[in-house]
Write a protein that binds this ligand. Structure first.
Ligand code: SAM
Length: 220
């Protein structure tokens, strides 16, 4: 992946990774390198760029958000992706999480339900020169059966339970990460699909906007 243009904010990213991410226990060197490389400020609205490397989520318009850097790093680490993997993301939003993943794996397909947000993700990804992310408009709770199976699935909106199609579309040995719970607070859940079934572990509390769809919440 190539990031186009000058990037005067490299030092801010190094500081973000050191103080917000590595200091809190994220160890995966591929994840730390990706978080240092991707110019997060180009995924937030121009008026909020000065806050791009701060330790919290930011609004991206249409009631949606770009997640806190630490949460992006934790979810990416939990996914455990490797070069060559194909990952499905549900909730493209700004495109930032997809860009972080795309600097580790060979292909990311990201589904977004709001047309203008899908357009925003595509435009942001093009601006930074990311070419291995495909943004698809649709209901991500249904997954993308025609492109399955996926080595990893990451859900970046809050779901009452993990949508069954996403588990079905996970490869054997694949990992899914999702915020599961109510509309206020959720638990970050990691499941690993094996030939014998599903291993499920919890990884702390998070707060995401709702996943709206056939296997998610029914209203905004
Ligand atoms: N990953 C994003 C990023 O890096 O900026 C942040 C995602 S934002 C917290 C959640 C996104 O999920 C929103 O853009 C929302 O429109 C989207 N969303 C909600 N329900 C969805 C669904 N069923 N399918 C696809 N996208 C959905």
């Amino acid at each position: 992946m190539i990031f186009i243009g000058t990037d005067p904010r490299t030092e801010e990213r190094r500081h973000m990774v050191a103080t917000q991410i590595a200091a809190r226990g994220v160890r995966d060197t591929a994840v730390l390198a990706a978080m240092e490389a991707v110019p997060r400020h180009l995924f937030v609205p121009p008026a909020l760029r000065t806050a791009a490397y701060e330790d919290h989520p930011l609004p991206i318009g249409l009631g949606q958000t770009i997640s806190q850097p630490y949460i992006v790093a934790v979810m990416t680490e939990l996914l455990g992706s490797r070069p060559g993997d194909r990952v499905l993301e549900i909730g493209a939003g700004s495109g930032y999480q997809a860009a972080v993943l795309a600097s580790i794996v060979s292909l990311v397909i990201s589904i977004e339900r709001i047309p203008d947000v899908a357009g925003l993700a595509r435009s942001n990804l093009a601006t930074v020169g990311v070419s291995n992310v495909r943004v698809v408009l649709g209901d991500g709770t249904l997954g993308l059966p025609e492109d399955a199976p996926f080595d990893g699935v990451i859900v970046t909106a809050a779901t009452p339970e993990i949508p069954p199609p996403l588990i079905e579309q996970l490869a054997n040995g694949g990992v899914l990460v999702a915020p599961v719970g109510g509309r206020g607070v959720q638990e970050l859940v990691r499941i690993k699909k094996t030939r014998d079934g599903i291993d499920r572990t919890g990884h702390g509390g998070v707060c995401f906007v709702p996943l709206i769809g056939e296997f998610g919440w029914s209203v905004e």
